[in-house]
Design a protein around this ligand. Structure first.
Ligand SMILES: [Zn+2]
Length: 242
């Protein structure tokens, strides 16, 4: 099997031209480290703390007057990107990560897909942010009243339902979580949607480290954390599963 070190040899981070192998030589566990390009490498725990603070500002409506979305923020980002966290979240219009974490440009590497499912292309996007860029935290975030999970629960309860191939693909990827949640909780309808959405987050986390050997290796070394989270539509609060 190819090791992470072998895989990374020869790759560069972003457009800054910084060899990732140099990052390996640094103490990435410190809360913040400047790496070769002068940009800050943020540890997994510091990334979690930043997301928690940002969500607290959002919930209390004490958002930053400028979280980094203006010309000054844009200018250095023309040279590359140095995100500190990857978020796999739902496409749902009520769950926009930059807003709910009160965060600016270039900070969050976001992969959005209905039902925050995983497939090879989505896994590749997640891998990119940690293997070829600076993200040391992967957060899989489900949410309350997820329509995609609702569709999967509907299909589970009414197997005769027909959808388009695209929607069916999403439903099929959510179905193992629906079945597992149903078996565990014996619930149906709305309660099953919530249980399945949470089960899906747990299953996707397990799938990421199972299907990506380099990410699993980083995780094992403590260089990367993969965590779950759950967003509540009414309160705006994110529950961090750490
Ligand atoms: Zn959703």
């Amino acid at each position: 099997m190819i090791t992470r070190r072998q895989l990374l040899k020869g790759f560069t981070i972003g457009t800054a031209g910084l060899m990732l192998s140099r990052v390996e030589g640094l103490n990435v566990f410190a809360s913040e480290e400047h790496h070769g390009s002068g940009h800050i490498l943020v540890s997994p725990d510091e990334a979690i703390a930043r997301l928690k603070e940002g969500n607290a500002r959002y919930v209390s409506m004490k958002r930053l007057s400028d979280p980094g979305v203006g010309p000054e923020a844009r200018k250095p980002l023309t040279k590359g990107q140095w995100p500190y966290a990857t978020i796999l979240s739902c496409s749902d219009s009520r769950v926009p990560p930059e807003l709910i974490f009160d965060e600016g440009l270039g900070k969050l590497f976001i992969v959005r897909v209905a039902g925050n499912i995983i497939n090879p292309a989505l896994l590749g996007s997640i891998e990119y942010a940690s293997l070829h860029s600076t993200s040391r935290l992967i957060m899989v975030m489900g949410h309350e009243s997820c329509g995609a999970v609702g569709a999967a629960v509907h299909a589970f309860e009414h197997p005769e339902t027909k959808e388009t191939p695209g929607i069916e693909d999403i439903i099929n990827r959510l179905m193992p979580a629906v079945k597992k949640a149903h078996k565990k909780t014996g619930t149906k309808g709305k309660a099953l949607v919530e249980a399945a959405a949470k089960e899906n987050v747990r299953m996707v986390i397990a799938q990421i480290s199972k299907e990506s050997a380099p990410l699993a290796e980083m995780q094992k070394k403590g260089e990367l954390k993969i965590i779950g989270a759950y967003y509540y539509l009414g309160s705006g609060k994110v529950e961090f599963w750490v």
